[in-house]
Structures are given as C-alpha cells and as structure tokens.
Design a binder for this molecule. Structure first.
Ligand code: PGA
Length: 255
C-alpha cells in the first residue's frame, strides 16, 4: 500500500503576523489544485488564528511548532493541545532540535507532549528526532535514533485512527543549505521503521506511522529524494518561506 506523502512547512520564528498571513494567502492560491499529498503550514502561535482564517476551506492544513503536555492550569506561557485544535491545527511539531538545544527540551518532555496530543481527536504529533554531527561522526547514529524513539514513544500505543509522524532531522543538516545524501536519509528512515516495527509490530506501523525527512530541502535537491522507498514526506524550513519554492518542493516529492 502506498502511503500518502506529507509536506509540512516549519516557518519557525521567521515571519511577522502580517508576513504569515501574506504567505498563507500565496500558498493557498498555489496549492488550490494540489491533490498529490497532504500539505500543512506551521506558523508561530500568535499567527495561528489568522492563518487558520486564510486557509479555511482550502486543502492546506494548519500545524503548530510546539505544544504543552497539560490541558489546563497554572502553566504561564504554555498552550495546550485542545486550544491548538480549537484554532484549527491538525498537526503539532514536537521536540524540534532547536527546542531541544536552546530550550533544553528532553525526550521525557517530548513523550508527555506526544501523549497529550494523541488525546485530542484529529491532532497529529510530528515528533522530531535526529543525531548531532558529533554523534554521526562517532558512528552512534543508529543507536541514538533508536533511543530517541524509545523515549519519545514510551508507553504509547496508538489506536487505529491515531496517526504519528516521525520527522528525521539530522541536526547538522538543518539550516545548513546542504541536505544529507538521499541514500543516507533512506537508510536512517529504514532504521526508524525497523525500530518502530520492533516496538509496535508491522501492522500498526504500516497503519499509524509516517516517516518524513527534514534538513535543508529545496527545489534543487528534492528530486533525489523522490523515489526513496522509506521517505513519506518532508519537513521544510527555509524553502517553505517562499510559496513558489515550497510548491516546487511539494510537487517534486509527490511525483
Ligand atoms: P531547514 O529546516 O529546511 O531550513 O533546514 C528544517 C527544519 O528545521 O525543520
């Protein structure tokens, strides 16, 4: 069974509210007839409501760049999964390496966030994993990926309708301008799939999981990722900040 490709735009903290709305409008127009895969954009928290209004009725979906693990209470500055759903989100990025590095987010935190998101109907977690340059250089990548998955997914057993997206993002490739070798990405995705198979069993992994790649994808290098068996889509940073470029990337990967 061929899995639907998923292309997710991570706008990070690159755009103002006005710029987010303007880019959403352009992307909505560009993708008006796009049916080859699922497409989502992830603006900053403050822009979610307005971007949701722009995208309503279109085939471009909305996602958040973060989420908290509690639903309500004295947690200053945090946003719960139910509110993300309320403003139209269908995806929540969890544990991006920038948050892991700068905000000290741990895989224990990530695990709590994944659980909280899975509690909300129609909200899909996009769990980021990936090794650092040091870990890769010392040949520890496979071990690191396996460990990150085990921690992020500990005690979780998705029900038939719950989807989980794992985004493999080698930290050293993010924002570097150079994606990793496609064959290397395919290999890492294979390791991820095998690990998931061991944890959840073949059938569940086939039904509930997608594995996407992120790290310096652009219209120039996306072609070489197209035919790779283990790549179900992309998490796109820099190249998603231009509607035309993002459209090219999405069109190529769904060929
Ligand atoms: P990049 O970012 O495409 O700009 O490398 C990807 C990401 O961090 O999700």
């Amino acid at each position: 069974m061929k899995r639907e490709k998923i292309i997710i735009a991570n706008w990070k903290m690159q755009l103002s509210l006005a710029e987010s709305i303007a880019l959403a409008k352009k992307i909505k127009t560009k993708f008006a007839k796009f049916k080859a895969g699922a497409v989502a954009v992830c603006p900053n928290f403050v822009a979610l409501c307005e971007v949701n209004k722009v995208l309503k009725g279109s085939n471009v979906k909305l996602g958040s760049q973060n989420v908290f693990w509690m639903e309500k209470g004295a947690y200053t500055g945090e946003v719960p999964p139910s509110v993300l759903k309320e403003v139209g989100c269908e995806y929540a990025i969890i544990g991006h390496s920038e948050r892991r590095a700068i905000l000290r987010e741990s895989y224990e935190d990530i695990n709590k966030k994944v659980r909280a998101v899975l509690n909300i109907n129609g909200l899909t977690p996009v769990i980021c994993i990936g090794e650092s340059w040091e870990e890769r250089k010392t040949d520890r990548r496979d071990f690191i990926l396996t460990e990150q998955l085990q921690l992020a997914l500990a005690g979780i057993d998705p029900m038939s309708k719950q989807k989980i997206i794992v985004a493999y993002e080698p930290i050293w490739a993010i924002g570097s301008g150079t994606a990793i070798e496609p064959s290397e990405a395919d290999y890492a995705h294979k390791i991820i799939r095998l690990t998931l198979n061991q944890i959840f069993g073949l059938q569940k992994v086939a039904n509930n999981f997608s594995i996407i790649y992120g790290g310096s994808i652009s219209s120039k290098n996306v072609k070489s990722f197209v035919d790779l068996e283990n790549i179900d889509g992309l998490l796109v940073g820099g190249a998603s900040l231009d509607a035309e470029e993002f459209f090219k990337v999405a069109t190529e990967i769904t060929k």
